[in-house]
Design a protein. Structure first.
Length: 436
């Protein structure tokens, strides 16, 4: 495959805008490669200097149907010309979107409430769970990221989310996640037999005030470094929760809408959650999130207790409907699985060749490449990440970084990507690995 032409990053127009940004915006946004986006289509981004890039970020796993998909754009434009906001008054768009969305859920989830962001969906789930169970404590996991608001912070297991913000909302009981590459207990799967789950009762016995009502978990931990638990782990966690009459909340804000090769990641193991947090790909560029749940769970809330100024507004509802149409017509979950298998196979080949590539993990079109010190093949190396991201941008590929140690490359292109485009991106990554 022919490499994309090399470009200056940042270019002159980008440098000027980045300098203006430094004078008027606080330096607390996510640290990205210095590229100022101008426009995008499908998987291709063009910056203000006219440079084109393949996007392996999807705007943090948002643009699942691709950038500016014509069907989505048309639906937004059409709706914006009719009605943009009506607070909580029902509209045909919201009610129809809810009806369509419920049909995609596992059969036990029969209600959905629309919001705007993933953090809001998490906050709503925590509120409903505490009201429904009458209990305040919730089991969460080291490495978890459920949002940056205070309720979500209380069940997040990453220091960067909590650091120097004071005491979060109490009630979160933290436990180790199945990060097998860097096991908290220093054990090895499958010989460990899910040892991290076997310790849950002991953790609760020493940390709980006997007021435990729920569990919140991600099918894979995105911010922690795209950490995928071994097959069967989520099933065993759900079984553990069920045996103790705990409400199971699954945070699929980034793992849903075809990202892993199925509509929802819990489908891989047939896990039944009582509540499901959704977002990102639901609007595919328009701010839209949702909390799905069982009727009996939502019945604990009185009318108006979950109202939202923007949630379920006509434009975001129309966007959600368009996204569902595109997902179905273009079979994007199937494409994610097919292209993802080819791409992961290529990365596994790279892992054999480059000692700095310590681990490759993922499913569908969501993967993490963990970079390590080549001297020992294990120590996290965030320094290499910075150099690799910059080299790849110069050669026409946009990447993001995540990870507890800041040493994981995020692989998450829009689900419309072709095999050829994906492998072109892989070529650029390999060239970068050679050069760092």
């Amino acid at each position: 495959m022919n490499p994309l032409p090399k470009r200056e990053v940042p270019g002159p127009k980008s440098r000027a805008l980045l300098e203006l940004s430094r004078t008027v915006e606080p330096p607390c946004a996510v640290d990205q490669v210095p590229v100022v986006w101008d426009h995008a289509e499908r998987v291709w981004v063009t910056d203000v200097d006219g440079n084109r890039y393949i996007d392996f970020t999807s705007g943090v796993l948002v643009t699942n149907v691709g950038h500016t998909h014509p069907g989505l754009v048309q639906a937004i434009q059409k709706q914006a010309s009719r009605l943009m906001n009506c607070y909580s008054f029902p509209t045909p768009e919201r009610v129809t979107a809810a009806s369509r969305l419920v049909k995609t859920f596992p059969p036990n989830l029969d209600k959905v409430f629309f919001l705007s962001t993933g953090s809001e969906a998490t906050e709503a789930a925590l509120r409903v769970a505490r009201r429904y169970t009458g209990k305040q404590e919730i089991v969460a996991f080291y490495g978890a990221f459920h949002g940056r608001t205070y309720g979500a912070m209380g069940v997040s297991g990453i220091q960067g989310v909590r650091r120097q913000f004071g005491v979060p909302v109490p009630g979160g009981i933290m436990a180790p996640y199945a990060y097998c590459y860097r096991c908290f207990y220093g054990r090895t799967y499958p010989e460990c037999e899910f040892f991290c789950l076997k310790t849950l009762d002991r953790i609760i016995g020493s940390s709980s005030s006997d007021d435990l009502g729920a569990v919140i978990v991600e099918p894979y931990q995105g911010t922690a470094g795209f950490v995928f638990p071994p097959e069967g782990w989520l099933t065993e966690l759900a079984k553990w929760a069920r045996q103790r009459s705990l409400l199971l909340i699954v945070d699929e804000v980034q793992s849903s809408f075809g990202r892993t090769g199925k509509m929802y990641a819990i489908e891989w193991e047939g896990v039944r959650a009582q509540m499901l947090c959704l977002g990102k790909g639901l609007g595919s560029g328009v701010a839209c999130s949702a909390l799905a749940g069982e009727s009996k769970v939502f019945e604990c809330m009185s009318p108006g207790e979950l109202s939202s100024t923007w949630g379920g507004n006509p434009v975001s509802s129309a966007a959600a409907l368009a996204v569902l149409d595109v997902m179905e017509k273009e079979k994007l979950a199937e494409n994610a699985l097919k292209v993802g298998e080819v791409l992961k196979s290529r990365f596994m080949e790279m892992k054999k060749k480059y000692r700095c590539l310590g681990d490759v993990r993922g499913r569908g079109l969501v993967m993490g490449l963990e970079l390590v010190d080549p001297k020992d093949g294990y120590t996290p190396s965030p320094e290499l990440i910075g150099r690799l991201i910059q080299r790849c941008a110069e050669n026409g590929l946009l990447l993001g970084k995540v990870g507890i140690y800041g040493n994981v490359i995020r692989i998450a292109p829009p689900l419309v990507i072709t095999q050829e485009e994906a492998l072109t991106g892989a070529d650029i990554i390999e060239a970068g690995l050679k050069s760092i």
